[in-house]
Design a protein around this ligand. Structure first.
Ligand code: NAP
Length: 317
């Protein structure tokens, strides 16, 4: 039995675990992987305090180590169900196990969105991938395509251009969504050919990916392009089906929290990209993780009839 179970091991979850542990609450972090989306980012340039780039995996490892230093326990697991018990505690089911806690912090981020074109499912893991940081080294001196126009696609194209012989960046509009400073680098990168107003309509191959069909959405012109790999970076979605009826979700299926990370279910808190908080950024996720952790701490003190220490951000929990 734990005081707190944190579901998710990205910046929000690891920070929440650090803060609950430092409040001497027994804390278990259950996560599918270490670092979440952050771990798939090669060079992080906008996390305060790290003036020189740090890799997402390194930052995640540092955050995990810091949480563990204060007693948080970290295990790998895929949470499939959260159940409220009659005594007010929660049972968290993962893989073939379950653990009990008095409060829950949801911090499991978003999952990659599919492109939904013919060939995508067939060649998943055989040339179609959703993680440049994990799979780029397999494409040394090969030709690859990156799909998307947000920060993830731009980062992936930039990283792949250092490994592959050529990178096609395929975006359905003529304007990118990502940060201007990265756009500038991509546009000036001779190894990257940008196909604006374009969409992949099919991914082809035999055992492995060999090519793709690309359509210009303005001219309707179609061309066959040989590639060895297709990196899909078209955003992320909330996979919260198992939380239906457990906590309030919005129309995007994100967990709805107030400004203190409190959900509409007493004892369940949430933080990071899985919530309705806008701007999915590492620095925001860590801050939201702190808020959810302190809200959970105050909830447990109140539940146990203990006095609440003075907090500078209000008494509502
Ligand atoms: P995103 O910002 O939502 O961008 C998704 C991109 O995919 C958009 O350009 C979108 O096109 C395109 N797209 C969506 N569905 C598509 C489809 N079916 N076919 C073709 N293209 C499609 O997602 P993201 O890049 O994964 O970033 C997620 C969040 O993490 C963002 O808030 C981002 O800023 C943040 N992030 C930040 C950093 C950083 O700060 N360095 C790095 C990575 C991610 P449209 O533009 O036409 O909608």
């Amino acid at each position: 039995m734990y005081d707190i179970i944190v579901v998710g091991g990205g910046p929000a979850g690891l920070t929440a675990g650090l803060y609950t542990s430092r409040r001497t609450l027994s804390t278990l972090i259950i996560a599918k992987d270490l670092g979440g989306q952050m771990a798939s980012t090669t060079d992080i340039e906008n996390y305060p305090g790290f003036e020189n780039v740090i890799s997402g995996f390194e930052l995640a490892s540092k955050m995990k180590k810091q949480a563990e230093k204060f007693g948080a326990k970290f295990i790998l697991g895929d949470v499939s169900k959260i159940e409220k018990k009659e005594n007010g505690n929660f049972l968290v089911h993962y893989n073939n196990n379950k653990e009990e806690a008095q409060a829950i912090i949801l911090a499991f981020g978003l999952t990659p969105r599919n492109l939904d074109v013919p060939g995508e499912q067939e060649f998943k893991g055989k040339g179609v991938t959703y993680c440049a940081n994990c799979d780029a080294p397999l494409y040394k001196n090969k030709i690859v395509a990156v799909v998307g126009g947000g920060n993830s696609a731009l980062d992936a194209a930039d990283y792949l251009s250092k490994i592959a012989s050529k990178v096609y960046l395929i975006h359905r509009r003529d304007q990118f969504r990502g940060e201007e400073v990265v756009v500038k680098e991509i546009v000036g990168n001779k190894k990257i050919e940008i196909l604006y107003d374009s969409a992949i309509t099919e991914i082809k191959g035999d055992r492995l990916v060999k090519g793709m069909t690309v359509k210009n959405l303005k001219t309707e012109q179609i061309k066959e392009v040989p590639v060895n790999g297709v990196f899909i970076e078209v955003g992320r979605k909330a996979s919260t089906e198992f939380l239906e009826g457990v906590v309030g979700l919005n129309e995007k299926k994100e967990v709805v929290v107030d400004y203190n990370g409190i959900t509409n279910t007493p004892g369940i808190f949430a933080c990071g990209d899985i919530t309705n908080v806008s701007h999915k950024q590492i620095a925001i996720a860590t801050g939201e993780g702190v808020k959810a952790a302190l809200s959970a701490y105050m909830y447990l003190l109140r539940k146990r009839g203990q006095s609440i220490p003075g907090m500078d951000w209000g008494k509502k929990v």
